[in-house]
Write a protein that binds this ligand. Structure first.
Ligand code: 2IT
Length: 446
């Protein structure tokens, strides 16, 4: 029988202070406990202990020179967590807050997320505590080149395929890929999120946000509802928020907020049209978000140092970073009559917030299901690279849409409770777990 407290206690002993990693593991274990206990061979093969230990954790020095000639050293990482169902796959994050606990939580989550996509991808994550904010393109290029000087030994199209995450967009992928190509002599597509003219896939930039909206559309459809006319509060202003705003607006919803580190803007007219394109410019400046937006579009309300969850909305979609939505935010959303909370960033809701959503009857969907569209499009980029062929945007979008529909129905299949309600957290975790655990059973103790 699974003893969650004992497993977590052991894990805490071996990984002191890794609170994000523990948070992610606890959520999965609590969800899969019953299924695990019903399948006694999992216990006999010690699947849980094998699942919570990453295959490999790599850390390396990344020295680089700034434009003034000053030399800096950052730390680079790659956590290759589990490759039972396919090559390691997952993004690279460049953010000053990055540490091993965050990377292990992200890589662990990626294992189950990738399993849900139905594509053959294992789970990994990497990155650096390098802060791209305020750096010149030349500095970013030198950093990426130095980073790849170590990383290239660890990756390969059938071994480990990195992509972007926070702080790593197409520009950084370009610099990383250029250096990989130079060192290895191979143009084999080993990174995803590449430029469309050099092996990238159509729709990859939009895919995470579009996937989020496709998932939500399914959730609503199942309940006889529709996204049209819904007021949606989102946080963040990056790639995910942009994709969500684009697709949700196209389908007739109204995006009423976006946010940055300096606060949030409330736009009663909705973030639409030119304003969505303007988000791309904000992304490049990457610093103050709220102020420039409110100068550009005067009708909006500027709320410095506050979170968007203060605004009454029908659907809340946190698109920024882990643990950005806490109990106080959850209470506000509940009080203001929000019906759905869907995680578009990785693990943006704290455990306390999720408990409150459950109690209040808000329908909550977890990131590993909701934001799996990004890595799904990455998987489709890998397929296209392997075929030396590319699909049209319509073809990729259709496949992405189908994948998100499948993920939703898989969550419903594994998450439907005796009272008929759907526990999306359970559904996503059980489905993601079973595929990986069964592959581990088939492949023996390795
Ligand atoms: O969190 C994620 O799923 C990503 N950052 C995308 C990973 C990928 O390999 O495309």
């Amino acid at each position: 029988m699974m003893n969650i407290d004992r497993i977590l206690l052991d894990l805490e002993k071996r990984n002191p202070g890794e609170k994000e990693f523990m948070q992610a593991v606890r959520e999965v274990l609590e969800s899969i406990e019953d299924v695990y206990n019903e399948n006694q061979h999992f216990e006999a093969l010690n699947i849980i202990e094998r699942l919570v230990e990453p295959d490999r954790v790599l850390s390396f020095k990344v020295p680089w020179t700034d434009d003034e000639g000053k030399i800096h050293v950052n730390r680079g990482y790659r956590v290759q967590f589990n490759n039972a169902i396919g090559p390691y796959k997952g993004g690279l994050r460049f953010h000053p807050s990055l540490n091993l606990s965050i990377l292990k939580f992200l890589a662990f989550e990626q294992v189950f997320k990738n399993s849900l996509t139905s594509l053959p991808m294992g789970g990994a994550k990497g990155g650096s505590d390098f802060d791209p904010k305020g750096k010149s393109s030349a500095e970013i290029m030198r950093f990426c080149q130095s980073f790849m000087l170590e990383l290239w030994k660890l990756i390969g199209p059938d071994m480990d395929v990195p992509a972007g995450d926070i702080g790593v967009g197409m520009k950084e992928i370009g610099y990383l890929y250029g250096m990989y190509k130079k060192l290895s002599g191979n143009h084999n597509g080993v990174l995803t999120g590449k430029g469309i003219n050099w092996g990238g896939s159509a729709i990859r930039p939009e895919a995470t946000g579009y996937g989020v909206v496709y998932f939500i559309t399914e959730m609503l459809r199942m309940r006889g509802d529709s996204i049209e006319g819904k007021r949606i509060a989102i946080s963040g202003f990056g790639n995910v928020a942009w994709g969500v705003a684009k697709k949700a607006t196209e389908l007739g919803a109204k995006i009423i907020t976006i946010s940055g580190p300096d606060g949030y803007i409330y736009d009663s007219q909705g973030v639409s049209g030119d304003k969505i394109d303007y988000m791309l410019e904000l992304r490049i400046s990457n610093d103050d978000i709220v102020k420039p937006y409110s100068y550009e579009f005067t009708e909006v309300e500027y709320n410095p140092n506050k979170k968007p969850w203060e605004e009454p909305c029908d659907i809340a979609i946190p698109c920024a970073i882990q643990n950005e939505m806490d109990e106080a935010d959850a209470e506000r959303l509940i009080k203001n009559g929000c019906s759905y909370v869907c995680e578009a960033a990785n693990m943006p809701c704290t455990r306390g917030a999720i408990d409150l959503f459950r109690k209040s009857g808000i329908i909550f969907a977890p990131s590993k299901a909701v934001n799996a569209g990004g890595v799904s499009a990455s998987g489709l980029e890998m397929s296209q690279n392997a075929m030396k062929y590319s699909w049209t945007p319509e073809e990729v979008d259709k496949k992405l849409h189908q994948i998100m529909k499948n993920i939703h129905s898989t969550c419903v299949k594994y998450g439907t409770q005796t009272d008929g309600s759907v526990d999306y957290v359970k559904g996503a975790n059980i489905a993601g777990f079973l595929k990986v655990a069964n592959a581990m059973v088939d492949q023996g103790v390795i």
